[in-house]
Write a new protein. Structure first.
Length: 216
């Protein structure tokens, strides 16, 4: 009887942690930043498979950051505080290069074949979005602060794991929506509209890169 009560308590705690994690994953994913814009463009330019692979890459990084925050929150914050400027500059450089390359390609595009090239490699998209998401130290800080605020509610292996999995589920759900929206838009928009949308999207990423560099 005691064992049954203890097991029920563990399951209840894990479900609660998963729910909190899912909300936290949505909270970090919903604000549309550079990664979200690039994910939309990935769907438009490459199709839904690479875009969903990219969405999974973003969610995996969020899961890892959440797990690390629960395990070693204070130490993570200290390290990031010491090197936040360098990480921001590195992220700004990478985003700036991607934005400029994308702008050049979009401006030079004169046909649908140049703007829309479905069938890209999902593995490449996954790795690209893992790298882009990992360059944002604010994600780790977000989960560290949240984990510290939850305190004892995340004690124990099951609740910590459930929280991290919830983060993955919430983040992936939103990123997948962006990936699908991008792929649907890419399939239906005419070539000219796709080119204009690509220019606008990469322009937003360039502005975000400049903002990141200035704030470093």
């Amino acid at each position: 009887m005691i064992l049954d009560i203890s097991l029920a308590s563990d399951v209840s705690g894990a479900l609660a942690a998963f729910s909190v994690g899912a909300v936290a994953g949505l909270g970090v994913a919903v604000p549309l930043g550079a990664v979200g814009v690039l994910l939309l463009h990935e769907g438009m330019a490459r199709g839904w498979r690479p875009a969903l692979a990219g969405a999974t890459g973003v969610a995996v990084v969020d899961l890892v950051y959440a797990a690390v925050a629960v395990i070693a929150g204070g130490a993570v914050t200290a390290v990031l505080s010491e090197h936040q400027g360098a990480v921001r500059v590195g992220g700004a450089v990478v985003l700036g290069v991607l934005a400029l390359r994308g702008l050049v390609r979009a401006v030079r595009s004169r046909s649908a074949a140049h703007v829309l090239a479905p069938g890209g490699a999902p593995g490449g998209a996954f790795c690209k979005f893992v790298a882009l998401t990992a360059l944002n130290p604010l994600t780790a800080v977000y989960f560290t602060v949240l984990a510290a605020g939850l305190g004892d509610r995340l004690r124990g292996l099951w609740t910590a794991a459930a929280f991290a999995l919830g983060v993955f589920a919430g983040s992936w759900a939103w990123q997948a929506v962006l990936a699908v929206i991008g792929s649907v838009a890419g399939a239906r928009l005419p070539a000219g509209a796709r080119a204009v949308t690509s220019i606008a999207g990469y322009g937003v990423v360039l502005v975000l890169a400049i903002t990141l560099a200035v704030s470093a």
